[in-house]
Design a protein around this ligand. Structure first.
Ligand code: HEC
Length: 130
């Protein structure tokens, strides 16, 4: 019985933190990504008129990858380890931008914050797959 309740608590906390990460990711998304990727992730943000590169539909990432959401690749695209045309010069690399935003913190805290923000964004994108 005790084991079951411990398991339930553990499961609940996992679900809660996933939900929290999704909420935080949505806030980040609305702040930084909507302008190009659009509110629903399908592209058509207001800046797209000025872009020469096509903005991909972010709700179809899993569908384009045989139904599996490529979490690690998406993290690397967001933090800039995988350079893509739309996020590179002159557009910001998000990992770098988040790092600059946490400049007042120590390097460990800053690294945690940057990773947290990138992970929240990736979790949010995973949640909007169709
Ligand atoms: C200035 C416009 C712009 C902004 C702002 C922007 N993106 Fe992008 N994004 C693009 C373009 C353009 C591409 C496609 C680039 C290419 O094909 O090389 C892209 C591609 C992506 C991809 C790869 C999708 C795929 O299927 O390959 C992901 C993931 C992504 N963006 C996430 C984000 C996130 C998360 C944010 C906000 C933190 C963001 N983008 C902000 C323009 C933007």
């Amino acid at each position: 019985m005790r084991l079951i309740s411990a398991l339930t608590t553990a499961l609940l906390s996992v679900t809660t933190s996933a939900a929290l990460a999704q909420d935080a990711g949505k806030v980040e998304y609305m702040n930084s990504c909507v302008i190009c990727h659009g509110e629903n992730g399908k592209g058509h943000g207001s800046l797209t008129k000025l872009l020469t590169v096509e903005v991909p539909d972010l709700t179809q990432i899993a569908a384009r990858n045989d139904g599996e959401f490529p979490m690690l690749s998406v993290i690397h695209i967001i933090d800039g380890r995988t350079r893509i045309r739309g996020h590179g010069d002159p557009m910001p690399i998000w990992g770098q931008r988040f790092k600059e935003a946490s400049a007042g913190l120590g390097s460990y805290e800053s690294e945690l914050l940057v990773r947290g923000r990138v992970l929240a964004l990736a979790t949010y994108l995973e949640g909007i797959q169709e």
